[in-house]
Design a protein around this ligand. Structure first.
Ligand code: ATP
Ligand code: MG
Length: 450
């Protein structure tokens, strides 16, 4: 939304409408004022607005019908509800259904300014995310990576910086944080993107088998070796070799790997010849390699060879602002794939998803959304659809506090855990915490960046 926004105001009371127009003009915004839901719908069809401010009791079809159309066809526009006396329940329901925020009467210029500013900030963030993705897509084809948190932006920068070089890359991060996706992105935008991308899971083979897999063998090297077999180093020649779970390699295999990385030549098992290979190695692990070096189970010199550049993927629970984007992405993908009518999730479900700790990170989130979409018959996922193990995790009401957390972090932990404990019930949550419902809404919106 530009600093001067185009705002549609739909309220039935003339005096209220005029007052809103006056306040909004004072803030420099452009206002179109009308009194019925039919007119509102017609205007929305005709031209784009940055925000719609309306009362829920509009004549004809009422505000909820307008809200529904906005959620379907004008997703980027913010809808702000004018709360009427005695309509608190209805207002909360509208917020649940996707309205951006509400304004209580009597109207205050300051409150309107704050709400619109926050909406503009959110719209700017969304626009930036779209632009960032278009740019990443157009220039480098990194279209599979979702996320706009500062941590993810740093990862994009690193990918773009390291891709053109041949430097080895070590990607660390918990399970399911996207290590393989990042490796592929680096390959896709590198000069070697025309060459092969070969991935091998070092943890999936025994010591002998992984040597054979990595370096290959010649005919007769061992009893069953009926013909020559190239290893993945040769298969990935001219491209990228992704060594997943690299910490699982046994020490003798580590020694051979180090030699190949130093000499850029491989020797097949049973052969006296070596073959030159030209490729980039990207290794990944969820383990702490420094610690394994200390324990003597990982070679220090190999660690240095692999970790010319280090990319550390943060766990999902440390980048909450990415959760709504990821949820949206997975809902769309799996609804299309399974031909389901699901279009989004309720606010309460989103709050529950934000308060869960995601030990399996994005893979767990993706699986959860996929499962919910497949089983859902309505057009929105609700808390009822949550997988059982996530629901039951909410019944343990302990807070994860430690010295070194900021007060804001502690507050967030208290709010999200209490919300999870009440099963997403905002009124109960606010009561337990001793804060107002509005404060709770405000905080929840801050956490999701909208
Ligand atoms: N930033 C992201 N945006 C969209 N999807 C993601 C993102 N990160 C991960 N995913 C998805 O999550 C799943 C797990 O990602 P990936 O396999 O890359 O993780 P990993 O770190 O290699 O996990 P593991 O250590 O368990 O092998 C994949 O389906 C991937 O597409
Ligand atoms: Mg992986």
């Amino acid at each position: 939304m530009p600093e001067k926004a185009k705002i549609l105001v739909a309220v039935e009371e003339t005096r209220l409408g005029e007052r809103l127009r006056h306040l909004l003009n004072q803030l420099g915004h452009r206002v179109t004022l009308l009194k019925t839901s039919d007119l509102a719908l017609r205007y929305l069809e005709r031209e784009p607005f940055d925000a719609l401010i309306m009362s829920l009791s509009l004549p004809q079809h009422g505000g909820f019908r307008v809200l529904e159309v906005c959620r379907e066809r004008h997703r980027r526009m913010g809808v702000i509800i004018i709360g009427q006396r005695g309509e608190a329940e209805k207002t909360v329901r509208a917020l649940e259904a996707g309205a951006y925020d509400s304004l209580a009467r009597p109207l205050s210029l300051e409150r309107i300014r704050v709400v619109l500013q926050r909406l503009m900030d959110r719209q700017r963030l969304e626009r930036e995310n779209r632009e960032l993705h278009r740019e990443l897509h157009d220039r480098w084809g990194i279209h599979n990576l979702i996320g706009i948190s500062p941590a993810m932006r740093r990862i994009y920068d690193q990918i773009v910086q390291v891709a053109p070089s041949k430097a080895s890359l070590l990607i660390c991060g918990e399970s399911g944080t996207g290590k393989e996706l990042v490796a592929r992105a680096v390959h896709d935008i590198s000069k070697r993107s025309g060459g092969p991308f070969v991935a091998v899971n070092c943890g999936a083979f025994s010591e002998n088998l992984i040597s054979d897999e990595l370096f290959g063998h010649v005919r007769g090297a061992f009893t069953d070796a009926a013909s020559d077999k190239p290893g993945v180093f040769e298969q990935a020649d001219g491209g990228t070799l992704f060594l997943d779970e690299v910490a699982e390699l046994a020490l003798p295999v580590q020694a051979r790997l180090l030699r190949v990385l130093q000499d850029h030549r491989v020797q097949k098992l049973g052969s006296t010849k070596t073959t030159a290979v030209d490729l980039r190695v990207i290794a990944a692990t969820h383990r702490d390699l420094e610690k394994l070096v200390g324990q003597g189970s990982f070679r220090e010199d190999l660690l240095y060879r692999l970790r010319v550049v280090l990319v550390t993927l943060p766990p999902l629970r440390e980048r909450l602002e990415d959760i709504p984007l990821l949820v949206d992405h997975f809902v769309r993908r799996y609804a299309a794939e399974n031909q389901r009518p699901v279009r989004g999730v309720t606010r309460s479900l989103m709050d529950a998803l934000l308060s869960y700790s995601w030990p399996g990170n994005i893979r767990e989130l993706e699986n959860a959304v996929q499962g919910m979409v497949v089983l859902c018959t309505g057009d929105r996922l609700t808390e009822e659809d949550l997988p059982r193990h996530i629901k039951s995790s909410f019944s343990s009401p302990s807070l994860d506090l430690h010295v070194g957390m900021t007060l804001a972090r502690i507050e967030r932990e208290a709010i999200l855990k209490t919300l999870a404990f009440t099963g997403g019930h905002k009124r109960k949550t606010a009561k337990i915490l001793g804060i107002g419902l509005r404060t709770l809404f405000r905080r929840l919106k801050e956490y999701t960046g909208d």
